[in-house]
Design a protein around this ligand. Structure first.
Ligand SMILES: NC(=O)c1ccc[n+]([C@@H]2O[C@H](COP(=O)([O-])OP(=O)(O)OC[C@H]3O[C@@H](n4cnc5c(N)ncnc54)[C@H](OP(=O)(O)O)[C@@H]3O)[C@@H](O)[C@H]2O)c1
Length: 296
């Protein structure tokens, strides 16, 4: 039976410990910066020795999860490695989406196998994480020996894997950040337009929610580019010009954002096939005209 230690007793570490225990793994140790977090995680998981001695905690296990905040992973890994905390042949994971397994080089030099195992999921706290991790996609990259253990864990979580080359991690993470973070920012941008039209932001968000949910559902069922609707997909250039003309003079930032997002939307509409080349050129020339107007 694998013996697992969790180093970094936050939302992800605690949830992974809990789910691994449920899947039959033995939780040997739970280490964190503070005893309070380590104890809290041990109580939630229901197993393992809680400690702030990270070296001893890692030494108890043949699978070590470094689930600290991203900034601390490399430093924590280095200090465990220099203290002799990684057993030869141990598997060391971190769960960051932005960082690659290369930051675990000190564990590798100490004789461990390393990989990153990133749950492609939003995990705001332990309880949500325990609910949302099963069935999620996990992006994995690293040493072959560590990858085969990562695959066993993904399977234990009823998850699905995406395998990446080590140098592609930043692009993978940028894609996830665009989808998640820029969606939030784009909704904020829509509220700016409504506020300029005199609609209260809260009321606007309530009114837009069914549209947002319907669009997400269309993306899920139809995919990209088929889910695209609206004036660009239809080639309604007069409507696009009305939008640009209506933007208040003191909100020129809205012209820039509308035009730049519009240019990418033209590309999607061309792929969908509902926008013809001549209409696409007309719409692009409108974006050029209004953005050029800002420079005069
Ligand atoms: N949350 C998400 O949505 C999500 C999704 C995918 C991947 N991830 C990744 O999962 C990892 C953990 O994220 P999280 O959301 O669980 O963070 P979190 O809730 O903030 O937990 C991080 C824990 O790391 C501990 N820690 C920080 N510095 C430490 C150090 N020097 N030594 C020992 N422990 C230290 C903290 O312990 P103390 O409380 O004891 O100070 C804290 O409890 C990150 O790499 C993150 O990128 C997160």
């Amino acid at each position: 039976m694998h013996r697992v230690s969790i180093i970094g007793a936050g939302a992800v570490g605690t949830a992974i410990g809990y789910l691994l225990k449920k899947s039959g793994y033995l939780i040997a140790g739970i280490g964190s910066r503070t005893a309070e977090s380590a104890n809290k995680a041990r109580d939630f998981i229901g197993d393992g020795d809680a400690s702030i001695d990270l070296i001893t905690t890692a030494r108890k296990a043949d699978i070590v999860f470094l689930t600290t905040s991203d900034n601390a992973i490399e430093e924590v890994c280095n200090s465990i490695a220099s203290g002799g905390g990684f057993n030869t042949g141990a598997i060391v994971f971190h769960t960051s989406g932005a960082l690659s397994s290369e930051i675990l080089v000190s564990a590798k030099r100490a004789g461990a196998n390393v990989a990153s195992l990133h749950p492609l999921q939003s995990l705001p706290d332990v309880r949500e994480a325990v609910k949302n991790l099963p069935g999620s996609y996990f992006c994995i990259e690293g040493d072959e020996a560590a990858l085969s253990v990562a695959r066993e864990i993904v399977k234990a979580f009823d998850g699905r894997e995406i395998t990446l080359k080590v140098d592609k991690k930043p692009l993978y993470h940028a894609g996830a950040a665009v989808v998640s973070n820029f969606l939030v920012a784009t909704v904020g941008l829509g509220l700016d337009f409504h506020e300029a039209a005199g609609i209260n932001r809260k009321e606007s968000l309530n009114a837009l929610m069914p549209l947002i949910k319907g669009t997400v559902k269309n993306i899920e069922t139809l995919g990209i580019p088929s889910a695209l609707t609206g004036p660009i997909a239809r080639g309604d250039s007069n409507i696009i010009e009305d939008h640009l003309k209506a933007i208040p003079k003191d909100r020129q930032d809205l012209i820039i954002l509308y035009s730049e997002l519009g240019r990418y939307t033209v590309k999607v509409a061309l792929e969908k096939g509902t926008l013809k080349k001549d209409s696409a050129e007309k719409i692009i020339s409108l974006f050029d005209k209004y953005q050029e107007g800002l420079r005069i």
